[in-house]
Design a protein around this ligand. Sequence first.
Ligand SMILES: [Zn+2]
Ligand SMILES: [Zn+2]
Length: 245
Amino acid sequence: MVKPLISRWLNLMGDFLFPGNCPVCGDAPFADPGSYACRECMDRIAWIRGNGCRICGLPMWGMGFGGLTCRACREDPPVFQSGRCLFHLDETGKKVIHEIKYHGVRPVLRDLPNWLERTPGTLEFLEGCDLVPVPLHRKRLRARGFNQSVWIARALSEAAGGKPRVREALRRTSDTPTQTSLDRKTRKANVKDAFALCSRRPIHELSPIVLVDDVYTTGATLDSCARVLVEGGCRVVKFLALGRG
Ligand SMILES: [Zn+2]
Ligand SMILES: [Zn+2]
């Protein structure tokens, strides 16, 4: 329980003592105060642009028109209406997420405005919506010390000029095991009923919602959250995740 916190503080201390090294590639000192990762890493990230599944955003190259859905969304339509991710979780993408999620390096998110420039349409996608971060179970929150999805939602809100409000409207009711090695079906069963509305925040007052998470893998977690919001009265639920696995 103490370990993640210690590693987080060690990393932050390392950043303080040895500033200037790119946290993604580890070398290439840079002198760009506007960016946390070096320019080479920014260029190397596999940004998601162009056409994709109109529901889950899965990139579908070679398609010259919209309105298509991918096989997974056709066979098992999700509750969320649409969504997008900023980059693929290749080696570089994974490192970016790892820095935020496991090393607790929040300053990585200072680069978010640059990321949004590289993924045209993202700010428009957030327009008129409230941002609801995917919650962590309180046990996990206590162990990690922060919820990366809240950080991401706040950074998005800031990058969008503060208009989209961050509403922590959901809570996690069961502490599900880590999903990394599980297939789609098992993940879905795992997170079914794992979320509930925060009773203190009436859902009917909310604008259209964009759920915010660090990564999208099968969409099971985000869809489970979307179901709770829709059952609570939300009519429009979308999602945004940084990385797509
Ligand atoms: Zn770098
Ligand atoms: Zn899809």
